[in-house]
Every structure is written in structure tokens, then in C-alpha cells.
Design a protein around this ligand. Structure first.
Ligand code: PLP
Length: 389
């Protein structure tokens, strides 16, 4: 069969593939410690489920507006104002099937063949693939461990060409967990405004912060940067709602209208009753978010200490998200070989850094229980020792 050329230019998601392999091994009765998926192990908070169940019973089971339920668009605009100091009207918001679809919609609406999109590496693995699918060209800039896995404004400036359309800013970051400080965000905003390019701020981990780190939405810095900012966010990580598939995009009204048109011809509206759960998430108590954050914080301490105690591994201390991204260079193994051998020899599932543009690293998610973390770290330690000889 002759498939469209664009298919050969993208690769299937490595995180989903490894998670699936670990799940299949578990299904065969093998005792696997999985640190592979970026998914909170907590169930969705009860009041959110109750709101969706009520919506279902109230007959919210029909097609809705492609842009999302008006009440949810309003709740999102109010949240962006209240928590992020972002001045968006409800018509500047589209509700999408997860943060993934919001970013995909954006790429399709904004990027033309030949347009360049600047992506700092290590990056979330879907960014370059989405750019490719939209016909654009990814321009990767390396964020070094010495600089806390963050790019400098000078690096951004140097990467900008007349073809640059968009810069992707993901803070807190998947896969490194690093968080840009308000000063660093301000410096990047100056470059963006001066160059007159767009920035998409992927803020999906904004609520998962540690050690007093703060999250600053780049669009809140003033009118000029707000006009060039698109915010992508979702409910999956902060509210443990991965399977609900609800995200959103906010930005200039013309762009949001274009994404609504695209969505109206692809998926139409997000599951109607699920959107009522999302409304409850935004308008209800935020205690559940804090409870989960505190649990992640404890797990981070344990995994971070255990990882750095393993001779041959080094890992910076991240301020956000629920990932650690250690350097495995001293083992002499490249990331894919490391991960395959680790899964086979010690039944521990982690993601190879090559998927994120960093072949000397692996990504571990600590969104799992403490017992698995302790057991998995024992096994990882054994594995690394065996490789170092
Ligand atoms: N952005 C980042 C950085 C992510 O890590 C993810 C999920 O892993 C997403 C966006 C998309 O999340 P979802 O589509 O589940 O809302």
C-alpha cells in the first residue's frame, strides 16, 4: 500500500510503546516496575467524577459546540485570569481532546511548509512530530545540564531566522522537570517580542512545583507578548484526568477561530459530559491538587536521592513535573540499549532519552507508589553496577 509521504516522516510515540510493553509483561505475570508513563497513579478526585456522572444523568449526551461547552470556556477564561493573570475572553479559548490535540490544532492552524519552529532539547517527544505533520521544520536548540536544562535568551536569539514562526516553551518541562524562573521568562519574552514571532507556552505541569518554585505565564508580561502568545494546557496531570482527554488552547481570537474550524472537521466537540467534570475541576476545591503535589514531592525526594547514590548516574534536582532525567553516559550505553537491557534483565521500564533528543539520558516518572520506587531503584542500582563492572 502506498501511504502518504508524511507517514514515513514521523515515528510512533516511544513512551506509549514502552508503557505498552511493560503492561504486556505485567499481564504475563512478570513483576515489572514501571516508571514509564507520565500519568498520575491517583484516581480522578471524587467531586469531578460526581459532576460528570450528574451531567450524564442530566442528558448531556449530545453533540455540543466544536469549541467546547460555553460554561467550560468561561471557566477556563476565568481560571487563566485568576491564576495566570492572562486576559483572555471565552471566545479566545478552545476545548480540545487533551493538551496533545490543542498543540496539534495549533500547528495545523499556524505552520506552513518551510516555517521554522524553535524547540529546546530535551523536548517532549510529540513537538517535532507535530511540526513535521504540519509541514514545518523543527529547529532544535540544546539546553545543557550545566544550564539546568534551560536555554538562554542568546541561544533563542541565535536560532531565529526570517523563517521562524513559533517558539515552544514548556515549563515545568517534560522530560527534565526544570522550571524557568520569572527572570528567565522575562528575558525570553523580550527576544520573542523583538523578533515578532509567536510562542506557545505548554503549561500542562504548572501546578506540579516544588521547593517554592513559581510558575510565570509568559503572556502575562504585557500586551505585546500576550498578542504573540498561545497557551496550551489541560486537566490530565494536575487533576489526574489523563483518560478524560480534556485540554485547551487560548490565544489570539483569529487563531482560535481557525483551530475551531479545524476541530469541527476532525473530532468535533470533546465528550460532552466529560467537560462538566472539567468545570468542577476548575470551580471546585483545589485541595486535591495540593494533596497530589505533596505526594509527588515525597516521591521525588526518595527517587532523586536513590538515583544520585548510584555510582555512574548523575541527575540534577528538578523543580517541577514528575520526572527525573539522569545522565547514563558513564555506563557506556546509549539510551535505547540501556532501556531494553534494563527491562529484560531487571524488569524496570524507563524511557530512553533519545525519544526526547538526549541519547545520554533516561526518563523516569515518579508518578507511582513508593514501594515500586524503592524496589525499582534497588533493581536499577544492580543493573548499573553490572554494567560498570
Ligand atoms: N504537553 C506535555 C509536555 C506533556 O507531557 C503531555 C502529556 O504527556 C501533553 C502536553 C499532553 O497531555 P494530554 O494530551 O494528556 O492532555
Amino acid at each position: 500500500m502506498k501511504l502518504a509521504a508524511r507517514v514515513s516522516q514521523v515515528t510512533p510515540s516511544m513512551t506509549l510503546a514502552i508503557a505498552a510493553k511493560a503492561k504486556a509483561m505485567k499481564g504475563e505475570g512478570i513483576d515489572v516496575c514501571s516508571f514509564s508513563t507520565g500519568e498520575p497513579d491517583f484516581d480522578t478526585p471524587h467531586h469531578i467524577k460526581v459532576a460528570a456522572i450528574k451531567a450524564l444523568e442530566d442528558g448531556k449526551t449530545k453533540y455540543g459546540p466544536a469549541a467546547g461547552e460555553p460554561a467550560l470556556r468561561e471557566a477556563i477564561a476565568a481560571k487563566l485570569q485568576r491564576e495566570n493573570n492572562l486576559d483572555y475572553r471565552p471566545e479566545q479559548v478552545i476545548v480540545t481532546n487533551g493538551g496533545k490535540q490543542s498543540l496539534y490544532n495549533l500547528m495545523v492552524a499556524l505552520i506552513e511548509p518551510g516555517d521554522e519552529v524553535i524547540i529546546p532539547a530535551p523536548y517532549w517527544l510529540s513537538y517535532p512530530e507535530m511540526v513535521t505533520l504540519a509541514g514545518g521544520k523543527s529547529v532544535i536548540i540544546e539546553a545543557t545540564v550545566e544550564n539546568g536544562y534551560k536555554i538562554t535568551p542568546e541561544q533563542l536569539q541565535q536560532a531565529i531566522t526570517p523563517k521562524t514562526k513559533l517558539f515552544i516553551l514548556n515549563s515545568p518541562s517534560n522530560p527534565t522537570g526544570m522550571v524557568y524562573t520569572p527572570e528567565e521568562i522575562k528575558a525570553l519574552a523580550q527576544v520573542i517580542v523583538k523578533a515578532d514571532i509567536f510562542v506557545v507556552a505548554d503549561e500542562i505541569y504548572e501546578k506540579i512545583l516544588y521547593d517554592g518554585a513559581t510558575h510565570l505565564s509568559i503572556g502575562s508580561l504585557g500586551k505585546e507578548i500576550l498578542e504573540r502568545t498561545i497557551v496550551s494546557n489541560g486537566f490530565a496531570k494536575g487533576y489526574a484526568m489523563t483518560g478524560w482527554r480534556i485540554g485547551y488552547l487560548a490565544g489570539p481570537v483569529e487563531l482560535i477561530k481557525a483551530t475551531i474550524t479545524i476541530q469541527s472537521h476532525s473530532t468535533s466537540n470533546v465528550c460532552t459530559f466529560a467537560q462538566y467534570g472539567a468545570i468542577a475541576a476548575l470551580t471546585g476545591s483545589q485541595d486535591c491538587v495540593e494533596t497530589m503535589r505533596q505526594a509527588f514531592a515525597k516521591r521525588r525526594e526518595v527517587m532523586y536521592a536513590r538515583l544520585n547514590a548510584i555510582p555512574g548516574l548523575t541527575c540534577p534536582r528538578p523543580d517541577g513535573a514528575f520526572y527525573l532525567f539522569p545522565d547514563i553516559g558513564q555506563t557506556g550505553l546509549k539510551s535505547l540499549d540501556f532501556c531494553n537491557a534494563l527491562l529484560e534483565e531487571q524488569q524496570v521500564a524507563v524511557i530512553p532519552g533519545i525519544a526526547f533528543g538526549a541519547d545520554n539520558n533516561i526518563r523516569l516518572s515518579y508518578a507511582t507508589d513508593m514501594e515500586t520506587i524503592e524496589k525499582g531503584m534497588d533493581r536499577l542500582e544492580k543493573f548499573v553496577k553490572s554494567k560498570l563492572g
